[in-house]
Design a binder for this molecule. Structure first.
Ligand code: ZN
Length: 185
């Protein structure tokens, strides 16, 4: 009898102990003060890298990407005569040196030559004019006209100010961004 009682007490003790273990396992782990739950690692590509062109304003995008034209005589570079380099506003590729800029009175910045290899020519969608594009990113620059007699080179690159960014002589031009070219198949 005494043995039975001892066994019963022992069994109850085991059951209670087992219950408390189970309870301990199912309870949520106590939160440690000051320890924050892990967060997702920051997304890669938050800093500028290959393939990500400069952010454009709506007006710049309308010109460079959708081949728009800036109104005549309002562009910020139409009349500047400072020495320096004009680079593509979308990808930083140098396009024109200031010593090829001339006064055409047409209302847009005019150049009689491009930096070698910087500009691509294409028959315009109007079927008459020759469109000029940045040879690196495919951004629309304007049109080129031949035979008007403005300069000895007899060439006028008529370029939207919004397609370019001017870097005064001595100011470093940011590295050209290499990415998917507009219009490339
Ligand atoms: Zn470009």
């Amino acid at each position: 009898m005494k043995t039975m009682l001892t066994m019963t007490v022992a069994m109850i003790a085991i059951v209670v102990a087992a219950g408390s273990v189970t309870a301990a396992q199912t309870k949520p782990a106590p939160k440690k003060p000051g320890v924050k739950p892990p967060v997702a690692a920051p997304r890669k590509g938050t800093k500028p890298m290959s393939g990500e062109y400069n952010k454009l304003t709506q007006d710049e995008e309308r010109i460079l990407v959708y081949k728009g034209t800036e109104r005549a005589f309002v562009g910020e570079y139409t009349n500047i005569k400072d020495a320096g380099t004009f680079a593509c506003r979308r990808c930083n590729a140098p396009l024109y040196h200031s010593d090829t800029k001339f006064e055409s009175h047409c209302g847009w910045p005019s150049f009689d030559d491009e930096i070698a290899g910087a500009v691509e020519r294409k028959l315009d969608i109007d079927g008459f004019r020759t469109e000029i594009l940045c040879n690196n990113c495919g951004g629309h620059l304007g049109h080129v006209f031949i035979g008007e007699g403005f300069t000895k080179k007899n060439t006028r690159h008529c370029v939207n100010s919004l397609s370019m960014k001017f870097y005064k002589k001595g100011v470093e031009i940011p590295a050209t961004i290499k990415g998917a070219k507009l219009g490339a198949k």
